[in-house]
Design a protein around this ligand. Structure first.
Ligand code: CUA
Length: 311
């Protein structure tokens, strides 16, 4: 009987463990690695404490069940030594957790000398990234593996939160305020960016990815992107349309939260579009208030060549 109860408890514990690890994040950078090591160390304490508590509970449930011990035992008034013991042990565990946590906090909060700085701007409902040389990318971020990227995080309208779970990154983006942090991706690949602050109707669609590239790939990307952007041939216009405008007006301009754009006279007029995105109108936020003129031009060029609902 005791064995069956123990097996049942072990089964439940195992199921909970499996359920918890179903969406395990990878350790693709030093910050996530430090945080996950700390997480597992603290989990180890929790598992040991739970095993002791539930183990004793199981033994008592089985040994003193009513069919075996129909009469209550005598009243026990307390045990000073036991009480000291179960106060001292958790205190020691908490002190150990503080001792192993503080260095992780200091490590993740201290920005190492950066190899590059990227400004991260949250807007309903897209992220835009500005590199030091003026290159703009949106909605995806491209970084070089193994380098320290300093992040300057802000927003243009409401509070967003820039989160890259696989890299251990989550930092709030406030309008009118610059937050500073850093990120590093060690393993090339692409990792999900998600907005982690409810920022409006399309919050759940504020998804993108970080592309961590090898040095050669990154250099090639940045050079190509810069050249295309200067020449006005980059995908920035399409990215802006798909990342910003279409979230409210529909991918084909069919409308949604915002009005349908087919046949709109404003869309055909670059100056009117610039005025609209920079200043907003009625319920439309000033999504492009912080855009470079390159980005606005990229958008108006894209709209001229691909009028929404026009083909
Ligand atoms: Cu931006 Cu949620």
């Amino acid at each position: 009987m005791a064995r069956r109860a123990v097996l049942l408890l072990l089964g439940i514990a195992g199921g909970l463990l499996l359920a918890g690890s179903a969406r395990a994040y990878t350790n693709a950078g030093p910050i996530s690695e430090e945080i996950q090591n700390l997480f597992w160390a603290i989990t180890l304490f929790a598992v040991v404490v739970a095993a002791v508590v539930f183990g004793i509970l199981a033994v008592f449930l089985v040994r003193y069940r009513e069919s075996v011990s129909p009469r209550p035992t005598s009243w026990v008034e307390g045990d000073r030594n036991l009480e000291i013991l179960w106060t001292v042990i958790p205190t020691i565990i908490l002190i150990v957790i503080v001792i192993i946590s503080v260095p992780v906090l200091v490590y993740t909060d201290t920005i190492p000398p950066p190899d590059t700085t990227v400004r991260v701007v949250g807007t309903q409902f897209i992220w835009t990234f500005y590199y030091e040389d003026g290159t703009t990318s949106s909605p995806d971020l491209w970084i070089q593996a193994g380098t320290v990227v300093k992040l300057e995080v802000t927003a243009t309208d409401v509070v967003h939160s820039f989160a890259v779970p696989d890299l251990g990154i989550k930092i709030d983006a406030f309008p009118g305020h610059m937050n500073h942090w850093w990120m590093q991706g060690d393993v090339p690949g692409d990792y999900l960016i998600q907005c982690a602050e409810l920022c409006g109707l399309e919050h759940a669609k504020m998804l993108a990815s970080v592309e961590v590239l090898s040095e050669d790939e990154f250099d090639a990307w940045l050079t190509r992107r810069r050249a295309e952007q200067t020449a006005g041939t980059s995908d920035l216009g399409q990215e802006t349309w798909e990342g910003v405008c279409s979230k409210c007006h529909g991918l084909s301009g069919e409308g949604g939260i915002g009005p349908a754009l087919a046949g709109s006279v404003v869309i055909a007029d670059p100056e009117a579009v610039e005025d609209l995105v920079r200043n907003g109108r009625r319920t439309m936020p000033a999504v492009g208030a912080g855009w470079t003129s390159e980005q606005v031009t990229a958008l108006t060029n894209y709209l001229r060549e691909n009028p929404p609902g026009g083909g």
